[in-house]
Design a protein around this ligand. Structure first.
Ligand SMILES: NC(=O)C1=CN([C@@H]2O[C@H](COP(=O)(O)OP(=O)(O)OC[C@H]3O[C@@H](n4cnc5c(N)ncnc54)[C@H](O)[C@@H]3O)[C@@H](O)[C@H]2O)C=CC1
Ligand code: BAL
Length: 517
């Protein structure tokens, strides 16, 4: 029998209790992993053990896929009207809303993000995404296609079957919803792996899904490590599609596994190094505020973080002064204090200087930089630490909001994803040259442009190679608007109607009205 995690929150912003099982959620029940191990879940605010969750294995993935397939063949997929799928999804969204404070508190505790952001961004975003796709559940249809007088043709958009979903730790519930929403609305059953660092909110959602009334086997959550559960999902012969959000390194592994196994469909939402171009004719105070949000939201742990800020020489000093002043005043500390803007990074792994990336468990592939490592590399390469650049406090994984200036284009801090509260501010003079610099990375996830001159803003936006383009704003996502990247930032789109295309297969029906052979 799996253990239960019970936590009494007695904080300035939330008082209440949360309690849910910490097992794998398979076929509508919480169960222990077949091999019986557990994973420690650490509180990033103090580095101490919060709880343990069951450690899944490839055998548990096999069992989850079997249960999911059975549900798909009997009570879900084509056997369940879209209106009923939508009803259950709306019910789940309502339950999340009723429990919003509790869910936000669990997310804040496990991830280290401020409770106010967890509630206002993560949980509110999750609810709106589930509602958005619930509305689509009974509106997914094909079309008739004209060919000739003796033929009727039409298409059916069918669910794929069992789909795998691998979720990261930066927005655990929100990234779950981006995958869960379109998959379930379209009639698929899911086998989902949360990050081993942040599994708690997914388990709480699993508990709420029982109350919502989802049939057993439709939603399966297998907690575990990437190298076991994640690989088992991407290699599985009966999983028809895998959706992944995380590092480009793991994205490559997933594509390889998908190709080697059953050529499953793959969508990947990977890294970014998004440029933010601030022209001299912008509203400077607004540009500063958005730039702050662009890079420091979620402590910079966002693939769409506007981490490279290019500022026109004419306003560079003014912008930098204002930006620095605001960054200095972002309150770092306890996620449950009312005025906290940023808490700790999610884990010791993300905080520390470098992580040894192992291939096949033993061969050293490379020494991967993490946030403090990137800060050190920026200093060593000769960039100027204009603000921060150090740990905050003595425990947990806090990093002070940091600004680098005088960075050269080829430095690692300018080219690689840091995934922490680290802004690189660069001066530019020429519009064409800044577009060239902005595009000169392996990533193409997002970009922002600030100008009151609409021609200049749109001309620049046209030339930037990015999946999301923000004009006079930054780091914005919306349930209705597709999100995803060009280049090595990924494949496919999540959110919006576009995401549904990745969860349906198109069947073409030809009806012969008399053509003889
Ligand atoms: N695009 C995004 O939103 C995210 C990007 N990242 C980037 O990745 C960097 C490293 O963070 P990590 O936590 O190490 O990311 P990661 O890519 O290792 O982890 C993301 C998810 O993939 C799983 N995973 C790991 N190895 C796997 C494998 N071989 N097969 C299948 N699934 C696997 C993990 O268990 C987790 O659920 C970050 O510094 C950041 O640059 C990380 C998280 C989210
Ligand atoms: N990974 C999608 C949202 C973000 O990280 O910005």
């Amino acid at each position: 029998m799996p253990q239960t995690f019970t936590y009494e929150f007695d904080t300035p912003v939330y008082k209440g209790k949360s309690s849910f099982p910490t097992g794998l959620f398979i076929n509508g029940q919480f169960v222990d992993g077949i091999d019986g191990g557990t994973i420690d879940v650490i509180n990033p605010t103090n580095g101490k053990l919060l709880t343990k969750v069951s450690e899944g294995s490839s055998k548990d993935v096999d069992f989850a896929v079997e249960c999911a397939q059975k549900a798909f063949d009997t009570v879900w997929g084509l056997n369940c009207p879209g209106s009923e799928r939508g009803r259950l999804m709306y019910k789940l969204a309502d339950l999340l809303e009723q429990h919003a404070d509790e869910v936000a508190a669990v997310e804040a505790l496990n991830v280290g993000k401020a409770f106010s952001w967890a509630k206002g961004a993560d949980i509110a975003g999750t609810i709106s995404v589930i509602r958005y796709y619930a509305g689509f559940a009974d509106k997914i249809s094909g079309k008739t296609i004209e060919t000739s007088i003796d033929k009727i043709s039409y298409t059916i958009h069918e669910p794929l079957g069992v789909v795998g979903q691998i979720v990261p730790w930066n927005f655990p519930l929100m990234m779950l919803s981006w995958k869960f929403g379109p998959a379930i609305a379209a009639g698929n059953c899911i086998v989902l792996k949360p990050s081993e660092f942040t599994p708690l909110s997914a388990l709480l959602l699993a508990q709420l899904s029982v109350e919502a009334g989802f049939p057993p086997g439709v939603i399966n959550i297998v907690t575990g490590y990437g190298s076991t559960v994640g690989e088992a999902i991407s290699n599985h012969m009966h999983i028809e599609k895998v959706a992944f959000t995380g590092s480009t390194l793991v994205g490559r592994k997933i594509m390889t596994a998908a190709a080697r196994s059953n050529v499953k469909d793959v969508t990947l939402e990977l890294g970014g190094k998004s440029p933010n171009i601030v022209f001299d004719d912008c509203d400077i105070d607004q540009a500063v505020s958005w730039a702050i949000h662009g890079i420091y939201f979620n402590h910079g742990q966002a693939c769409s973080a506007s981490s490279r800020i290019y500022v026109h020489a004419k306003i560079y000093d003014d912008f930098l002064n204002k930006f620095t002043e605001k960054a200095k005043n972002l309150k770092t500390g306890d996620p449950f204090a009312a005025d906290t803007y940023q808490g700790p990074l999610v884990s010791e792994q993300q905080f520390k200087a470098s992580v040894l990336e192992l291939v096949c468990g033993s061969v050293l592939k490379h020494d991967k930089q993490r946030v403090m490592g990137y800060i050190e590399s920026g200093k060593e390469a000769g960039a100027t630490v204009h603000l921060g650049g150090v740990r905050w406090g003595n425990e947990g994984y806090f990093v002070e909001p940091t600004i680098f200036t005088e960075a050269k284009h080829d430095m690692r801090i300018v080219q690689e994803e840091i995934f922490g509260p680290v802004a690189i501010v660069v001066k530019f003079e020429d519009d064409e040259d800044v577009i060239r610099q902005a595009n000169d990375t392996v990533y193409g996830l997002a970009a922002a442009v600030f100008s009151k001159n609409i021609d200049r803003a749109l001309r620049t936006a046209q030339k930037l190679r990015a999946g999301s383009l923000w004009i006079n704003c930054a780091n914005q996502v919306h349930a209705n608007i597709p999100f995803g990247g060009f280049k090595q930032s990924g494949i496919g789109r999540e959110l919006g109607e576009y995401a549904l295309e990745h969860y349906t297969g198109i069947k073409a029906i030809h009806i012969n009205l008399g053509h003889k052979i």
